[in-house]
Design a protein around this ligand. Structure first.
Ligand code: AKG
Ligand code: FE2
Length: 328
């Protein structure tokens, strides 16, 4: 894990940049600003930019910035992301995350996720406590690659912590720390797996199917080409894994999935994000999750802003009919 702790002066510089940008914006819409943030990020403190560029080039597994500015008069944690979207809560924090993230990659979003917003809210929502989405609380969010089903999934998923009063941990496993049996590793590297949209993608499953099938019809093989769970350079491989949204083509492949899950449990690490911490998880080298916690729904709940980053937005344009940062 590489971490930078900002000095008070650097924090003030980031806050001043964000305030200046916000003062020139009439209606806050990150999508309108997203083409500008890469240029604006040139004005982040030099030490921070150098740190982030180094993280990108060295493919740092987990990159943490501590000491980013969080509004001292931050509004109460919204009860669910849709309320956050409606009220526009935490705008300066969204911009700070966009500015830092733009040094690592190009921001993008999903039409099927959180109403197509570029910056997401991660906070517990009533009724979702046991769901397989980031709005859950009472159950652990199992270790996963973000948006495992898609060829243009993020190179990074980034999370900026606004509140975390119960010190709930974000969990992760680095492929470099995984001690997989050689036959499991070999199987995982073969094109014997299918990956499906997770439950945060509204309608994604049904869109890909007829519309007449039950939701668990995702375990049919249609629409999802087989791929491997481990790929890329042998000396520094990449990982694609989400036990809840993948399947093996045969018994051996299913067995390899279960063996990998057991190995994850032995290699799991955690980071407890504090307000002002942003973590950038390399989505090709690391699977991440979250520990369970008891939601409060009193305005003091854990609250993160989330941003997906791809190293080159043209990978996305190249598979689309429209030049949009929002994947349809
Ligand atoms: O809440 C966390 O720490 C991680 C949640 C998560 O996996 C996500 O938002 O993608
Ligand atoms: Fe995630």
């Amino acid at each position: 894990m590489s971490r930078i702790v900002l000095e008070a002066e650097e924090r003030a510089q980031v806050a001043a940049l964000a305030d200046e940008v916000l003062s020139g914006v009439e209606v806050w819409d990150p999508l309108q600003l997203v083409d500008d943030v890469t240029g604006l990020a040139e004005r982040l403190p030099l030490r921070l930019r150098e740190f982030l560029v180094h993280s990108r080039i060295s493919e740092s597994d987990i990159t943490v910035i501590s000491g980013l500015p969080v509004d001292e008069e931050l509004v109460p944690t919204p009860i669910g992301w849709d309320l956050a979207a409606k009220t526009g809560a935490g705008q300066r924090e969204e911009l700070v995350l966009l500015l830092c993230g733009a040094v690592l990659g190009d921001p993008f979003g999903w039409a099927t996720q959180q109403d197509g917003r570029v910056v997401h809210d991660v906070c517990p929502a009533p009724g979702m406590e046991k769901s397989l989405t980031s709005a859950s609380s009472e159950v652990a969010l199992s270790l996963h690659t973000e948006d495992v089903h898609h060829p243009c999934r993020g190179d990074y998923v980034s999370l900026f912590c606004l509140r975390n009063p119960d010190a709930v941990g974000t969990t992760f496993v680095r492929i470099g720390a995984l001690d997989l049996p050689p036959d499991t590793r070999r199987t995982l590297a073969e094109q014997r797996f299918r990956f499906y949209p997770d439950d945060s993608h509204v309608g994604a499953v049904l869109n890909a199917l007829d519309g007449n099938e039950p939701a668990d019809a995702r375990v049919t093989d249609r629409e999802y080409d087989p791929g491997s769970a481990i790929f890329g350079p042998a000396e520094r491989p990449y990982l694609r894994f989400d036990v809840d949204f993948m399947s093996g083509a045969d018994d051996d492949a299913e067995h390899a999935i279960r063996t990998a899950v057991d190995c994850f449990a032995r290699s799991v690490e955690r980071v407890v994000l504090a307000p002002g911490d942003a973590v950038f998880v390399d989505n090709y080298r690391v699977v991440h999750g979250r520990e369970p916690f008891v939601p409060r729904y009193d305005g003091k709940d854990r609250w993160l802003k989330r941003l997906n980053l791809i190293r080159d937005i043209r990978r996305l344009y190249a598979i689309s009919d429209t030049r949009s940062r929002i994947i349809a």
